[in-house]
Design a protein around this ligand. Structure first.
Ligand code: BGC
Length: 742
């Protein structure tokens, strides 16, 4: 598509200013179609005759720059006319050249912004002319004086835009170009100012009422040269002051110098994770809050799932989970959208994947990211802790539960959408990943040692500990078994011989039981635990029990005892869970699948810390990274690792969907072709209305308490087979609405 076009960059050093590459396209006569193909090392916006083309933001998106880079295609026929037309490509540093990752290493992939383009003019008479980027293009400066994704943007609308000179051919090797894979990042919901807050410290703060990823857009007319400077924050501190410490080194400041005309101010190549905006500078006039709108940006995806019940705090949690997804689906699945991180962390993505695929159609979104995960896979099969790489942070830890995203995410996509091609495409990555574990250390069938994140942020290892009390060797070996068990099902689904994985699974399971189980309970593995040095490690934890139960690492005869013990641990802990990233996603499943649905519900509806509704009670509008991000007394857990928009714990929605709603995909029903419907009503909820748009239509469950009875209405689209299981009712149905009172 772009192979004949040359990559171009600025001839002279223009410092931090965003370059604008321009070309006059002479359209000689009537055209049938004009198509533009564009990409950049950096981020870009395409303009035709001064008008921005399309509504995509941050194109070409973030991929593994080493291995692949997307280009976009635009139909610009309507914007072109016979005669001279101005084509402009305005660029920013973006992920390729900006400061990204926790070390903020600049110029990671390139030390210059460059762009490539082909304008394909198809004349009405059939002649085709290609206008390619080359040294005949010109490079100008722009109003964007500085732009960094993490730090914000400085826009001076009074700055002279000057010709720098002819574009220079950039002969540095560039990554192979591929077409855009998923929806573009675009603007979505808009929020007006809810309240103006004058803080004790004397700051003027606008509260938009919702924590989002995006920016504040300002429509304003004020004197030429006057300035507007905005800082961004997710929360206020306990004194009510603006709080930015948790953003760490990400500055998140947008600065504007106004033109004197009616201006629309917003960053082109930066976004912030925020709910509050502090007006550090505002033109010399009375504050008019109607000028401000917070705009959420995220990848375009079709909304599919829905949930509502008669328990308002749970509805609020669901809303927060949706916002966690929106805020962290800005082109790649990120851990958080605000601090100097915003990386494609693998555990976060794998634990949330099922929930994400219920809420929205996220198939192509994850497909794009999995392509990067595969592209960054090590020679020896290792899967790194996040993808794409970021600066110095390439490589690093290989952790159980993180790297296993290589198997779990494709599996979840298949489960949700039934597309075998996803499995086939990533099968080589998965195979190599399993071999990496098998070859790791001395034990072929256990995963012992290594540098794991453990049960990240669990609260059972005491104050200030991040890795939780569960043995990392147990977690790692359990994930080894889980990933291999998925490989059996994946191989079967795509017609590969599963024998190898069946044998491997039997050995891994046996080794797991030999090393970590005694008399039906987990025990300490005698060899040193990778992270045991300065934290207490326990054999029997909520997480170890949840993993053993959920991954089927126990014998059937041991189930009851393990589940009873899990329920007891929770009760001994004051009805509280204390699990982290690894245990939490499976905890409620492990309880309800083994006869303790009531305990699962009580954890779901608990409001003390740690619990999902604690953050709701504390006024959260997104899901927090830490159970105690803001403590009861208003103090913060830590300034260092305290995001208020981390979707990982939002993975509880897959339990809600499968238990409150009761909808689950059968092992032979990938893509919701065959499901079970077995809701577990709870009186405190009163009613629940839950479902999703499948490819075949709406699959929905509604139940409601009427006195001591529950009435059910189950909607099954034609093409979907549903095994309804409600008390004594056992029916297999399709295409219809089914009502019961039980
Ligand atoms: C991220 C996490 C991630 C973790 C690894 C953090 O800094 O924000 O969500 O999974 O590191 O332990």
């Amino acid at each position: 598509m772009l192979s004949d076009a040359k990559w171009i960059c600025a001839e002279a050093d223009i410092g931090t200013v965003s370059p604008l590459f321009c070309k006059t396209a002479d359209i000689k006569r009537d055209v049938k179609r004009v198509t533009a193909y564009v990409s950049a090392m950096g981020v870009y916006e395409l303009f035709v005759n001064g008008k921005k083309v399309g509504n995509a933001l941050l194109s070409p998106g973030w991929t593994s720059y080493k291995n692949r880079l997307q280009y976009q295609q635009y139909d610009i026929t309507e914007l072109m006319s016979v005669g001279d037309n101005n084509i402009g490509i305005l660029c920013g540093k973006g992920w390729a050249m900006g400061e990204i990752g926790r070390f903020l290493t600049p110029c990671v992939y390139t030390d210059r912004i460059s762009a490539v383009a082909r304008i394909c003019v198809e004349y009405a008479d059939g002649e085709v002319e290609n206008i390619l980027s080359d040294q005949s293009w010109e490079c100008y400066t722009s109003h964007i004086l500085e732009s960094e994704i993490y730090h914000g943007e400085t826009v001076d609308l009074t700055a002279d835009v000057r010709l720098v000179g002819a574009a220079r051919i950039d002969s540095e090797p560039k990554p192979p170009l591929i077409p855009q894979i998923c929806g573009a990042v675009t603007e979505h919901e808009r929020f007006a100012v809810k309240e103006v807050i004058y803080t004790p410290r004397g700051e003027t703060v606008l509260d938009f009422g919702q924590n989002i990823a995006g920016y504040a857009e300002i429509k304003i007319k004020a004197s030429r040269g006057s300035r507007m400077v905005l800082s961004h924050a997710e929360v206020l501190d306990s004194d009510g002051n603006f709080y930015t410490e948790n953003l760490r080194k990400a500055r998140n400041v947008n600065t504007y110098v106004l033109s004197g005309e009616k201006d629309i101010l917003k960053p082109s190549f930066s976004f912030q994770g925020f709910r509050y905006v502090r007006l550090d500078e505002y033109p010399d006039k009375e504050l008019d809050i109607r000028e401000f709108t917070a705009v959420a940006i995220y990848t375009d995806m079709k909304r599919t799932g829905y949930f509502k019940c008669g328990y308002e705090k749970l509805n609020k949690l669901y809303d927060n989970i949706l916002w966690g997804q929106r805020g962290n689906f800005v082109d790649i699945p990120t851990d958080c959208p605000q601090r100097d991180e915003r990386l494609g962390w693998t555990a976060d993505a794998q634990v949330f994947c099922r929930t994400a695929c219920i809420n929205y159609n996220a198939e192509s979104f994850f497909d794009k990211w999995l392509g990067d995960l595969a592209a960054e896979q090590g020679e020896d099969g290792r899967i790194y802790r996040f993808a794409p790489f970021a600066g110095k942070e390439r490589g690093g830890r290989i952790s159980a539960g993180w790297s296993d995203a290589a198997v779990i995410c494709p599996w979840e996509l298949y489960r949700a959408y039934g597309n075998k091609e996803i499995l086939t495409k990533y099968y080589p990555m998965m195979r190599r990943w399993i071999e990496y574990i098998r070859n790791f250390g001395d034990e072929e069938y256990l995963w012992i040692g290594g540098d794991h994140y453990g049960d990240w942020l669990a609260m059972d290892a005491g104050e200030g500990q991040r890795f939780g009390a569960t043995q990392t060797d147990l977690i790692a070996s359990a994930f080894y078994a889980y990933s291999v068990s998925l490989m059996i099902r994946i191989s079967e689904a795509i017609g590969e011989d599963p024998a190898y994985y069946r044998q491997l699974y039997a050995k891994v399971r046996e080794a797991f039981r030999g090393a970590f189980m005694k008399d039906g309970m987990p025990v300490i593995y005698p060899k040193a635990d990778a992270l045991s040095t300065n934290r207490p490690v326990k054999a029997v934890t909520q997480t170890s029990l949840a993993l053993i139960l959920h991954f089927g690492l126990c014998d059937e005869s041991e189930r009851e005892g393990l589940a009873r013990h899990l329920a007891r641990l929770i009760s001994e802990n004051g009805g509280r869970m204390n699990t982290g990233f690894i245990g939490t996603p499976y905890l409620l499943h492990a309880l309800s699948d083994n006869g303790y649905a009531d305990v699962a519900y009580s954890l779901l509806l608990a409001e003390h810390c740690p619990s999902w509704l604690f953050s709701v009670r504390q006024g959260a509008t997104t899901v927090w990274e830490h159970w105690d991000g803001i403590r009861e007394d208003g103090s913060f857990w830590s300034p260092e690792m305290n995001s208020f928009n981390h979707y990982a714990y939002g993975s509880v929605f897959d339990w809600i969907f499968a238990n409150v709603g009761g909808i689950d995909v059968c092992s032979d029903g990938a893509g919701y072709t065959h499901v079970t419907v077995s809701p577990v009503p709870n009186r405190r909820l009163g009613f629940a209305d839950c479902g999703l748009m499948t490819r075949y239509g709406r699959l929905g469950v509604f139940w409601k308490y009427i006195g001591d009875s529950v009435s059910y209405e189950i909607t099954v689209p034609r093409g979907v087979t549903a095994d309804i299981r409600i008390g004594e009712i056992k029916k297999t149905v399709s295409g219809g609405v089914y009502r019961y009172i039980v």
